[in-house]
Design a protein around this ligand. Structure first.
Ligand SMILES: Cc1cc2nc3c(=O)[nH]c(=O)nc-3n(C[C@H](O)[C@H](O)[C@H](O)COP(=O)(O)OP(=O)(O)OC[C@H]3O[C@@H](n4cnc5c(N)ncnc54)[C@H](O)[C@@H]3O)c2cc1C
Length: 341
């Protein structure tokens, strides 16, 4: 009934790109009654997208340590949105720890963030029994959540198709060739061809498997130079990430990054020394100069891009605003930049 009563009812929307941004936008528009067709150049979900390598942390308050206010505020929409549209959200909070020599980092992280409890050795052990005795102080962000990004985008795509959306895989398309009322260009870093401000920020990650250690929530390990994190997944898997390097290179991990990622895992718990390395991943996050996402409207084309290190955290809010802008040419959602067509 809701769909029939919305003005989207007869609108044809084409979405280019089935990364996290394209799929969240498609789900949001479909939910409002539009006819949605997604075009993905890769052979399936994830194969060629930056979204495949994400940690899946839905951590708006932790991100406030280095991000602007809109990231913290808009990111608070994410966990509920993902619960509704894909499931698999784990609401166990985030634990921020530092080795004793870097404890000063914990104080400065706390001064730049909010919504946490300072916790001691006993409380850390109660939350993560396998870390017993290893850390004497930490910050616990109990309202934060995480998900497995690969499962989340696969579930989103599956539900999209089940509800009548269409996804075409296997060929790249251009906005000009698409016969649709509105085209959402969600090509991530590839859209540098028309968005000259967009740059890549390289991120490297590892997937490790260990059955020697169990964690219930993402752990951020602070370090003066490279803060890293470990996110638990099913079946003994742990995502260790992620470097932040000013480069659009999407090819290989460097030896230094490999050492740092493995060093962080080992510093968290020596059991990671025996873990299997299941995967080494590298991609480049699409980012604008202020590291905030943008909707850029040029006639019937709306670019949704620049999600930087917040693809899963901010795409629900960006999809909501993209749908508002697609529906109403007069709408001025907060992240919108209007350009001449
Ligand atoms: C190591 C790492 C860790 C990260 N961790 C997190 C995290 O914990 N939480 C978080 O929120 N974010 C995280 N991010 C950031 C997040 O992954 C990105 O912000 C997000 O993936 C960007 O999504 P996107 O949809 O814009 O781009 P992409 O995921 O790259 O999707 C773009 C899609 O467009 C397709 N495409 C391109 N050109 C065409 C064409 N012409 N026709 C058809 N299809 C086309 C591509 O094949 C691709 O599938 C991380 C990133 C990295 C690299």
């Amino acid at each position: 009934m809701a769909a029939a009563s919305t003005p989207y009812e007869k609108m044809n929307v084409a979405v280019i790109g089935a990364g996290v941004v394209g799929l969240t936008c498609a789900a949001e528009l479909l939910g409002r009654g539009a006819h949605v067709v997604v075009h993905e150049r890769g052979p399936g979900i994830g194969a060629q997208s930056c979204s495949w390598y994400a940690g899946g942390m839905l951590a708006p308050w932790c991100e406030g340590e280095s991000a602007e206010e809109p990231v913290v505020r808009l990111g608070q929409e994410a966990a509920c949105w993902w619960e509704r549209h894909a499931g698999g959200v784990v609401r166990q909070g985030t634990l921020v720890l530092a080795p004793s020599r870097d404890r000063v980092e914990l104080g400065s992280f706390g001064r730049r963030t909010s919504h946490f409890d300072e916790i001691d050795r006993e409380a850390i052990t109660a939350l993560e029994p396998d870390l017993a005795g290893r850390f004497s102080r930490g910050l616990f962000f109990r309202e934060e959540a995480h998900l497995d990004p690969r499962k989340a985008i696969a579930a989103l795509a599956e539900r999209l198709v089940a509800k009548g959306g269409v996804i075409h895989f296997g060929s790249g398309v251009e906005a000009a060739d698409l016969d649709a009322d509105i085209v959402l260009d969600c090509r991530g870093l590839v859209a540098r061809d028309v968005l000259p401000d967009l740059r890549g920020v390289k991120g490297e990650m590892l997937l490790l498997r260990s059955h020697e250690i169990g964690l219930s929530r993402p752990i951020r390990l602070l370090h003066p130079r490279i803060p890293l994190y470990i996110v638990p997944r099913d079946d003994g898997l742990f995502m260790v990430g992620a470097t932040m390097i000013e480069s659009g290179d999407r090819r290989r991990i460097s030896a230094r990054s490999m050492l740092e990622l493995l060093g962080a895992a080992y510093a968290l718990h020596p059991a990671f020394g025996e873990a299997e390395i299941i995967e080494i991943g590298t991609d480049a996050r699409p980012a604008f100069p202020d590291n905030l996402p943008r909707l850029i409207r040029r006639g019937r084309v709306i670019h949704v891009n620049g999600l930087y290190r917040h693809g899963f955290l901010l795409s629900p809010a960006m999809a909501r605003m993209a749908a508002d802008a697609a529906l109403n040419p007069q709408a001025r959602p907060e992240m919108l930049h209007d350009l001449a067509a």
